[in-house]
Design a protein around this ligand. Sequence first.
Ligand SMILES: Cc1cc2nc3c(=O)[nH]c(=O)nc-3n(C[C@H](O)[C@H](O)[C@H](O)COP(=O)(O)OP(=O)(O)OC[C@H]3O[C@@H](n4cnc5c(N)ncnc54)[C@H](O)[C@@H]3O)c2cc1C
Length: 345
Amino acid sequence: MKITKNKSLQELNTFGVDLYTDQYIEIDTIEELTEIYNQKVFNKKFLILGGGSNTLFVNNFQGTVIHPNILGREILNEDTKTVTIKVGAGENWEEIVLWTVEQNYLGLQNLTNIPGDCGASPIQNIGAYGVEIKDFLLSVEYFDIQTGIIKNISNKNCNFAYRDSIFKHELKNRALITSITFKLKKWEDDLAIPKEFLKYKGITDILEKKYEKPYTIKMVFDAVNDIRNDKLPRVGEYGSCGSTFANPLISKDKYQELLKEYPDLPSYDTNMKNIVKIPAAYILDKLGWKNRKVGKCGTWVRHPLIVTNYENASGKEIYDLICTIQKDFLDNTGITLNTEINIIF
Ligand SMILES: Cc1cc2nc3c(=O)[nH]c(=O)nc-3n(C[C@H](O)[C@H](O)[C@H](O)COP(=O)(O)OP(=O)(O)OC[C@H]3O[C@@H](n4cnc5c(N)ncnc54)[C@H](O)[C@@H]3O)c2cc1C
């Protein structure tokens, strides 16, 4: 365990905002978690922070930031076709994805290049290119902050939805995730990659251009990396949390109404009756929010959903820009544009 007073958060959040926390505690084991539980650290203001790639600090944090640094990857089970893997909350997500790709395990390759720690991956049910972590998770282990007991929650009970889970609701500030367990398929390179991993045209365009069939897991992984490297700001170069906003889920009637103003607006099916998902980026683009600078921050050159810290903007400046974009979206569509990121005041 490492405790630091008055710690700078600048290197600990990918927006790169220059703020401080009163106290920062890095936890390496569950025993250390129990120790700080007994010391009543959780009875005062606290925040759990992984890689800080989905968190915007608006002010200095007057409390304790707890960083779960619990490491380890373990194969719990395997047969000829599948493998069940448990990884510690503090493991870096991108490294775990790369490792599974190197083992030729099918599943996580579309989720490459998403920064952050494994412990945060179930919180917003990370997703990209047609895949979400919920598709592979078996269970999540967490430290119950109210009782000090380790618990396990099954995938089904996590209430996963688009960028959502129980950890944002009933278990918010109650569950400190200590590990995740997921199941992947062992793959052979001569098998055709299943359709669900090739839903995005951008991926198939690259595959067709660069490779012969049958495509391998590594080829899909590389294609996703190519797209993301081209489209997203690189962590460390420009401050961002990836998409600041979640795509709105709206009724089919509302969608029909929007088509009058935006005739080419796409929509995506959801598993909810009468509800479709629309790409907020399409509308924000029409409203002039792509590559627009406002003071020291703005929206990303190639993606209006990505609020970007261009020149050492403060958390407050970034937050104000987010509010401005939300208001513009609401005024023009009547739809609330929710943030995907966690805003900490
Ligand atoms: C360039 C870029 C691209 C991105 N692309 C995507 C994308 O394609 N898809 C996507 O879904 N996301 C994307 N993100 C967002 C982000 O990478 C993910 O949400 C990631 O899972 C956040 O991990 P983190 O450890 O950095 O979380 P943090 O920002 O540290 O925390 C996020 C939330 O989880 C909580 N938390 C963190 N760890 C724990 C824990 N162990 N137990 C309990 N609560 C915890 C925090 O309190 C906070 O509420 C992107 C971000 C960036 C910067």
